[in-house]
Design a protein around this ligand. Structure first.
Ligand code: MF3
Ligand code: CO
Length: 254
């Protein structure tokens, strides 16, 4: 069952989205050489406490922290650690969500630490662009798979691969609602998925690998990494479909 959001709910989700974007902007600023992912998580937790909102991931399926980080070959769901020190040349995914006034918002960015290799630059650019291309087809009477196809085609044409083991999702009163939003067309999948309509709110989140799409999970039970050890990047926005087209609730503008 897909839960459509009315105007009042959208207002609340907009507020949640704004808070997420503010935290991500702050973490992006603070993500410098020598800083640990632990410290970045602490900053987010302090912002939650002072702002009166709740980190969406903490305690979700027993996840132990407020932010997920993904360094270099890590794809998603890396746990903050005092041992994870950011170094020049790294790329780091920062994934954060909140629960505010009964509604969730969820967003992720991948940032460069100092100067990074050209292939890493390209991976960040392509992954970010693929998200915006996907958002561009969030239109009434399009289907979920139009988003998937747009993202997949662009990414593969650029010579990278799309992760299959994690997908985007509806979002609202729960962090994960229907429908699932894959960033690829499932093989032998029938049809083009459900039809998009005003009131749907979706977290679209392409995860793009430099090499193979294959993944594995580390011993900690959380961190997803590329099987081949090559780089991975992740961008995510919470997007509402309105009568005027897509509205990005987690855009970092201010
Ligand atoms: N952005 C991710 C998602 O939508 C973050 C979830 S991490 C978890 O699934 F820790 F909450 F599981
Ligand atoms: Co998400």
């Amino acid at each position: 069952m897909i839960r459509l959001k009315n105007r009042e709910e959208l207002k609340r989700m907009r507020a949640a989205g704004r808070v997420v974007s503010e935290v991500l902007m702050r973490l992006e600023e603070e993500a410098k050489e020598g800083v640990t992912t632990w410290e970045l998580n602490e900053i987010a937790e302090r912002m939650c406490a002072s702002g009166g909102f709740k980190a969406a991931f903490k305690g979700y399926a027993n996840y132990p922290a407020s932010v997920c980080f993904a360094l270099n070959e890590e794809i998603v769901h890396g746990i903050p650690s005092k041992k994870k020190v950011l170094r020049e040349g790294d790329i780091v995914g920062i994934d954060f969500g909140v629960l505010l006034d009964g509604y969730y918002a969820d967003s992720a960015i991948t940032v460069a630490i100092g100067k990074i290799r050209p292939v890493a630059e390209k991976l960040l650019r392509v992954t970010r662009n693929s998200l915006y291309r996907g958002i561009e087809v969030v239109r009434n009477s399009n289907r979920v798979m139009d988003i998937s196809k747009e993202i997949q085609t662009y990414v593969e044409n650029e010579g990278f691969s799309i992760v299959r083991d994690f997908v985007g999702h509806g979002i609202g009163k729960e962090l994960h609602e229907e429908p699932q939003i894959p960033n690829f067309i499932p093989p032998n999948g029938k049809g083009r998925g459900v039809t998009l309509c005003s009131g749907m709110v979706m977290a679209i989140e392409p995860m793009v690998n430099e090499g193979s799409e294959r993944t594995k999970i580390l011993e900690d039970g959380w961190t997803a990494v590329t099987y081949d050890g090559k780089l991975s990047a992740h961008f995510e926005h919470t997007v509402a479909l309105t009568d005027n087209g897509p509205e990005i609730l987690t855009e970092r503008i201010h």
